[in-house]
Design a protein around this ligand. Sequence first.
Ligand code: SAM
Length: 229
Amino acid sequence: MPLLPRRFERLKAVLDRRMGDLTVLLEQVDKPHNLSAILRSCDAVGVLEAHVVSMAGRTPTFNCTSKGSEKWVPLHRHPSTAEALRQLKAQGLRLYGTHLSVDAIDYRDCDFTGPTAFLLGAEKWGLSEEAIELVDQPIVIPMLGMVQSLNVSVATATLLFEALRQRQAAGSLPSQGEGVDPQRYGRMLFEWAYPEVAAWCNRQGRPYPALDGEGAISETLPRNVRLRH
Ligand code: SAM
C-alpha cells in the first residue's frame, strides 16, 4: 500500500524540526525503562540521534515506555567512552557532563544554543572518571530535596527542554530541515516512510529509490518487496 500523503506530510514536518546539533551520550545507562524514557524525550524535543556506550556484553533494549520512539531517534552504539567523545568532539559539539561535583555549574547558566551534547551516567555510579576528564563543562541541576540525585531520564529531559527553550527564545530552531544534513535528511525520510523497502535496499546494497512530492516511490520495485507492513 502506498503511503498516505497526510502521513508523509507528518513525517516531513517532524524531520524538518530535527536538530543534528543537539544530542545526548549515555554512559552505561542500560535499564530499558531509562533508555526508553530518554529516547522519548529526545523525540519530543527534536533530537536527531542519540549515543550510548553500553556495559560490556549488553545490547540496548527498550520497553513500552518508549512508545516506539526508538524508531524515530537512532541510538548509535560506541565501543568506548573515549571513542564516543572523540566522534562528538569531531562533530564540533560542546560536551556538557552531568556531574554532581563542586566544579559543576548550574545548567541554567549555560548557553545551549550552540552545538551541544549532554553526557549522562549510570544510575549507580554516574559518569566515569574518563568522561569527567574529557568534558568541556561539568553541569548540575540544583535540587532542594533529601535525595541526592534525579533519575537519569528526568535529568536528561530537564536539560533537553532547557536547550529547546533557549533555542526557541533565540529564534534558532530549525523548521524546514536545516538542522539535518540534506543527504541524511533524504535517507531518513525514506527510512521513516518505507522501513521495509529501506531494509531491502540495504540488504541489496542499492540506493533508495526517489520519492515524488507526495511521498510515492517513483520506480517499480520487484513484486516481492513489501512497501509497508
Ligand atoms: N551516584 C551517582 C553519582 O554520584 O553521580 C548518581 C547517578 S544519578 C542517579 C544518574 C545520572 O543522572 C547521573 O550520572 C547524571 O547524569 C544524572 N543526574 C542525576 N541527578 C542530576 C542532577 N541533579 N544534575 C545533573 N545530572 C543529574
